[in-house]
Design a protein around this ligand. Structure first.
Ligand SMILES: [Zn+2]
Length: 92
């Protein structure tokens, strides 16, 4: 039987693959990667090894997706959103 307790952290940044991370209870932050606002990228520990590295989304990125979807619940905003998509397609 392998005792995983003696292993060094199994977590690494899915973006730059460094193991220089700040570990928290359920998440960790890369000490090197920053998002567009200069914040460290924070990842869910449970995603590592489960989801392909390229598909792992930082928490902050995820919440901005959720925020966008929340906005789309508002029908007026939804219309505007889809209209803006259509506008892009119809440019001549
Ligand atoms: Zn990184």
């Amino acid at each position: 039987m392998t005792n995983l307790k003696f292993m060094k952290t199994p977590y690494y940044c899915p973006r730059c693959h460094t193991k220089e991370i700040s570990e928290y209870k359920d998440t960790f932050e890369c000490t090197k990667c920053r998002d567009n606002n200069g914040f460290p990228l924070e990842f869910e520990k449970s995603d590592i090894g489960k989801i392909p590295d390229d598909d792992i989304v930082a928490r902050r990125e995820m919440s901005s997706f959720v925020g966008a979807f929340e906005e789309l619940r508002d029908s007026e905003k939804r219309k505007k959103f889809f209209n803006s998509l259509l506008d892009d397609d119809l440019e001549e």
